[in-house]
Design a protein around this ligand. Structure first.
Ligand code: PLP
Length: 415
């Protein structure tokens, strides 16, 4: 029988206490994750409080662990899938094909065919060739034209160079082409980029989307669906509060009461804060650098081929602290945290200051829920980390009241 995760219902989620208990109980010297599943439920509730008109289609790629995808499916979320494989997994959970957006502008024909077979109709495009492909293989698909927006500064990952067409002339050309091909363009999608902190870009994106709707509808298309993508940070709630105000006001201003359905593709928002990675310092080497300074090299039970794949590429934040509490006056030492693979590029953090650590001590990486588990590999033979999930009793009760009846939980629950 396939392994099923166990979610434990507890009175109070106390992170460090849970970490200490697990180390003691398992005797492990390997990494593991502690997950506060209640945080995912609370994020779902907050989302609808802030943006009642916007249905979230969770970006499966962000974290595919059952505690995340199973919880969100049980709450009735839709899904953003980027491939045939992701669609397969989401349908297996019992989520209906009408709740999936195939949010990948460039798709192999076999994936388009699969979407057609499974009646996943909604998909994005941003180029002329994709339109011909869709025309040939799935001519009555529902299409969203993906527009490109480039925030000025704060993005951790920008997409503009790879995905999206420019609003204005380029998008108008594609809308004309789609009309000529008698394709069913339902609306506009955009994705501002991962970890975007600029509210203004959402305002511009909604304004330009409204212009694309106007143009498309003037061609005879029936555009009534707006997809405002992902990019909402999850570790604090100020940003989503600010973004939601900008987004809600922009709907009112630029769509002016039009009968519009609005969806979104948040990943990080739901997952970032809920996962904490706990890694062991299994080895160390104290070296002297060219200035004669002591540098503490720590080797941990993780690395860029496991949980830190995305940060090495994109500079996603890493929040690190030691498990052992140290007095405030403890001197900090120049340190490097190395990953465990034989690859010399496997560096987790360079030039950081930490209290001196001994072999066997633990490092805590909070806010590790996004693009860590789902990008982990088996390079060098290191296994995936165990994941221990918890939910506070009060939130568990709320969750049960909210659950969609036809979706079975993907994990066992110990109350
Ligand atoms: N939608 C698309 C098309 C994406 O490519 C991504 C991330 O890569 C997301 C949604 C999710 O983004 P985030 O995790 O920032 O919400």
């Amino acid at each position: 029988m396939a392994h099923r995760e166990i979610l434990k219902v507890i009175e109070k989620f106390e992170l460090d206490k849970l970490i200490h208990e697990h180390i003691k109980k398992t005797g492990t010297d390997e990494s593991f994750f502690i997950v506060n599943v209640g945080d995912i439920v609370e994020k779902f509730i907050l989302w609808y409080d802030l943006m009642p008109r916007v249905d979230p289609d969770y970006a499966f790629k962000c974290n595919n662990h059952p505690f995340v995808v199973g919880t969100l499916a049980a709450l009735g979320a839709g899904y953003d899938c980027a491939s045939r494989g992701e669609i397969e997994k989401v349908l297996e959970m019992g989520v209906g094909p009408e709740k999936i957006v195939f949010a990948q502008t460039v798709k192999p024909v076999s994936h388009i065919n699969y979407a057609k077979d499974r009646n996943v109709r909604l998909m994005t495009f941003d180029n002329e060739d994709e339109l011909y492909k869709v025309k040939k293989h799935f001519s009555d698909a529902e299409l969203l034209i993906r527009l490109r927006f480039d925030p000025k500064s704060t993005n951790k990952i920008s997409f503009g160079e790879k995905f999206g067409c420019m609003p204005g002339e380029a998008s108008e050309f594609l809308l004309r082409k789609a009309t000529e091909l008698k394709l069913n363009v339902k609306g506009v999608a955009f994705h501002i980029g991962v970890g975007c902190l600029e509210y203004e870009i959402f305002i511009k994106a909604i304004k330009d989307s409204a212009a694309a709707f106007k143009y498309g509808n003037s061609l005879g298309l029936k555009m009534d669906l707006l997809d405002i993508g992902g990019g909402y940070p999850g570790k604090e709630t100020e940003t989503i509060t600010g973004v939601s105000k900008a987004v809600n006001e922009s709907f009112r201003k630029y769509f002016d009461g039009a009968p519009l359905k609005i969806i979104s593709e948040p990943g990080t928002y739901f997952t970032e804060k809920s996962f904490t990675l706990v890694a062991n310092v299994h080895s160390r080497n104290v070296k002297i650098d060219e200035n004669g300074d002591e540098i503490f090299h720590y080797y941990i039970t993780d690395g860029i081929y496991q949980s830190f794949n995305m940060n090495s590429l994109h500079g996603v934040d890493i929040d690190v602290r030691t498990l052992k509490e140290t007095p405030k006056e403890t001197p900090l030492k120049k340190s490097i945290i190395w990953g465990r693979a034989c690859d010399p590029h496997d560096i987790v953090l360079k030039d950081i200051l930490l209290p001196e650590l001994q072999c066997g001590e633990w490092l805590i990486f909070e806010n590790s829920g996004s693009y860590r588990i789902s990008t982990s590999t088996f390079f060098n033979g290191f296994p995936n980390h165990p994941v221990y999930g918890f939910i506070e009793k009060k939130i568990w009760e709320t969750f049960n009241k909210m659950r969609v009846p036809h979706i079975k939980l993907m994990y066992d629950v110990h109350e």
